[in-house]
Design a protein around this ligand. Structure first.
Ligand SMILES: Nc1ncnc2c1ncn2[C@@H]1O[C@H](COP(=O)(O)OP(=O)(O)O)[C@@H](O)[C@H]1O
Ligand SMILES: [Mg+2]
Length: 228
């Protein structure tokens, strides 16, 4: 579908597409930022598996040097993460080991090569903020080059970003992306209440303000009708 002149890729997150005029602009690069445990990885995986259901190719790039089995075990608690998609519609790529021994431009080339091999419509880099910790001063330039390259592919890329307590979103990356979505835990710290907020989405008349979210075994992250 197309809204405001942009083709849209439905997010796969129940309730979110209604907030962003039907889906993510296609192609685009979107930052999903938030506190630890707020549901960023779950969100990103649901995005990939929803595409897989329709035969779309997905690429999950981990920056954590975790074995594929680890991701499998985590995701397998969710009903949407069907094992038959692994290694086919949903391809796992561990960038963590490479990150430790290669330069920024080599990393960009590795990512491009993997995308060229898999030809995904949906890409996830989880979490991108780990790269920032490793690159220090070069991170701003890397983040800009990365998003520029990703926008050349016919895909929507989700970059997940962990924010430190008191911080809203990772500033180094947010200026370069087409969209920023926050996933946060209530700072009251009590009942693990969570919310989602669309801070920016290029070409999109998006809903503003915080909406309550829940995480369920069946659907992963879901946006509730209630304002937070
Ligand atoms: N089966 C489940 N049912 C409900 N909530 C869950 C379930 N599994 C995980 N969660 C919630 O999801 C959170 C982890 O989400 P995750 O996507 O890993 O967060 P992040 O990547 O932002 O750190 C957990 O802290 C927990 O609250
Ligand atoms: Mg995570």
């Amino acid at each position: 579908m197309t809204t405001n002149g942009f083709p849209r890729l439905y997010s796969g997150i129940p309730g979110l597409d209604d907030m962003i005029e039907g889906g993510f602009p296609f192609p685009s690069v979107v930052l999903v930022a938030g506190s630890a445990g707020a549901g960023k990885t779950t969100f990103a995986q649901k995005f990939l598996f929803s595409g897989a259901e329709k035969g779309e190719q997905g690429l999950y790039i981990s920056t954590l040097s975790e074995p594929a089995q680890w991701m499998l075990r985590y995701a397998s608690q969710f009903e949407f993460a069907k094992p038959e998609f692994y290694g086919k519609e949903v391809v796992y790529y561990d960038l963590g080991t490479e990150l430790r021994k290669r330069s920024g431009s080599e990393i960009l080339d590795l990512i491009d090569a993997k995308i060229a091999e898999v030809m995904p419509a949906r890409i996830v880099i989880d979490p991108i903020t780990v790269v920032g910790t490793m690159m220090k001063d070069d991170y701003r330039i890397f983040a800009f080059d990365l998003t520029t390259r990703l926008k050349n592919w016919q895909a929507v890329t989700l970059l997940t970003g962990e924010v430190r307590p008191g911080e809203m979103y990772p500033a180094e990356i947010s200026y370069a992306v087409d969209g920023v979505i926050l996933l946060m835990l209530s700072d009251e710290g009590d009942a693990r209440r969570k919310y989602i907020e669309v801070l920016k989405m290029r070409g999109t008349n998006h809903l503003t303000g915080k909406q309550s979210v829940d995480i369920t075994r069946k659907d992963g992250v879901i946006v509730l009708k209630a304002r937070f």
